[in-house]
Design a protein around this ligand. Structure first.
Ligand SMILES: [Zn+2]
Length: 102
């Protein structure tokens, strides 16, 4: 598997790469810090929190609604590309069966 990648997809704008501040974080920061597009909050504090995770239409990633940690404004769609080989739905099915691929 390739390294997972996280992006913020925004309507009519270029996608922005996100990174987790630490592995178990429940929010992500922008790889290239930006000020909050909604409230103008400082870039070093801006994080994006996901809500409603679901497999993406193309089955290559998970997507969730992304909200700003500062003002809770909806910023776009978070896309978590897992680098899946079989597709995320298949990965989930195998995880339920307790099958691990190394
Ligand atoms: Zn904000």
């Amino acid at each position: 598997m390739s390294k997972p990648k996280i992006f913020l997809l925004r309507d009519g704008a270029a996608k922005l790469e996100l990174k987790l501040p630490f592995p178990e974080a429940d929010y992500a920061n922008f790889k290239t810090p930006i000020a909050c597009p909604a409230c103008g909050g400082p870039s070093e504090k801006l994080g994006v929190q996901g809500s409603g995770k679901h497999p993406s239409q193309d089955d290559r990633a998970y997507e969730a609604e992304g909200y700003a940690t500062c003002c809770k404004a909806h910023l776009g769609t978070i896309r978590f590309e897992t680098g899946t080989f079989f597709g995320v739905r298949e990965d989930e099915a195998m995880a339920r069966l307790g099958i691990r691929i190394y």
